[in-house]
Write a protein that binds this ligand. Structure first.
Ligand SMILES: C[S@@+](CC[C@H](N)C(=O)[O-])C[C@H]1O[C@@H](n2cnc3c(N)ncnc32)[C@H](O)[C@@H]1O
Length: 278
């Protein structure tokens, strides 16, 4: 007798239903080529729930509202690391911060990492700001990190890391790494002076942000690649509404705003500026 019930492969009809659910709950567009990925991610959950087919899971998802967040956590791709794409961080520290401070004396810089995953991008922003602050006492900043996955937000809030996401940072800039990441057992935790200026919250980019503040700079990186063009325009519209006129938008290395209708103007690769009159 076979005690470990094998869950059947996703057939085409069920796969299509699943792809629609992915889009409905996250805005992510996947095609049938993602079948193996979806199956691999969903199979353990289907098994844990004691269900036998992916159709049973779809039924379960529609009758258990609380499962939606679980589904979102499972199907999102959360790959990230400290100082991902050095060009962005050179721009932020050497161009953006000095210019912003000289144009906004006495103000607090408001930063949003709008698909922050497990926090590495947010803490990279924090480390860059903290470095800058040491040369410019009085400089103040707040960072908001948001993501649709509550699973990664828990990691972000804990602010403790090991393995791949810190590897490059640790190897390439050891003095900075040692300054802001404190060893705790086999892991490293982000220094408290950085954590105290950071807040994390759940947010779906397809909803209009409820945050009270308007942001000077938004990092919207390596998330638009998962959306089709019309959805990218919706997301960029929502993000733009949360920004100050003239605010700066930073995108990912595989992303572009070319051919999209948006309120952003190209400044340099990966860097855009919100139009003054939007
Ligand atoms: C690949 S990570 C990018 C993380 C980081 N910005 C970076 O560049 O390293 C993409 C993140 O986008 C999040 N995401 C996907 N769809 C989203 C949505 N509709 N709203 C908010 N976040 C979303 C995922 O949960 C994931 O953590």
């Amino acid at each position: 007798m076979n005690l470990s019930l094998e869950i059947q492969e996703l057939d085409q009809t069920t796969l299509e239903k699943m792809l629609k659910l992915v889009h409905k709950h996250t805005g992510i567009t996947m095609n049938s080529s993602k079948k193996a990925l979806l199956q691999g991610r969903l199979r353990p959950r289907v098994r844990d729930l004691g269900l036998h087919t992916y159709d049973d899971y779809i039924e379960y998802l529609s009758s258990h509202k609380e499962e939606v967040q679980e589904f979102v956590n499972i199907i999102t791709t959360n790959e990230t690391s400290f100082f991902r794409t050095q060009r962005v961080w050179d721009f932020f520290s050497n161009d953006f911060l000095p210019k912003w401070v000289s144009e906004n004396p006495g103000k607090t810089l408001n930063i949003w990492s709008a698909a922050s995953s497990s926090g590495e991008e947010v803490y990279t922003i924090g480390i860059s700001c903290e470095q800058f602050r040491q040369k410019h006492p009085g400089f103040e900043y707040h960072i908001l990190g948001t993501d649709i996955s509550t699973e990664v937000l828990k990691v972000a809030e804990a602010g403790e890391y090991s393995g791949r996401s810190i590897e490059n940072f640790k190897t390439n800039n050891r003095p900075l790494f040692d300054k802001f990441l404190i060893p705790t057992g086999s892991r490293f935790k982000v220094a408290p002076e950085i954590k105290s200026r950071i807040r994390f919250a759940g947010h779906n980019l397809f909803t209009v942000p409820k945050h009270k503040e308007f942001f000077d700079i938004v990092f919207l990186r390596n998330v638009m690649i998962y959306f089709e063009a019309l959805d990218q325009e919706i997301v960029l519209g929502n993000v733009s509404r949360a920004m100050l006129p003239n605010g700066t938008l930073v995108i990912g290395e595989s992303e572009s705003l070319n051919n999209l209708k948006t309120s952003f103007n190209f400044k340099s690769p990966l860097i855009y500026e919100k139009s003054r009159n939007q």
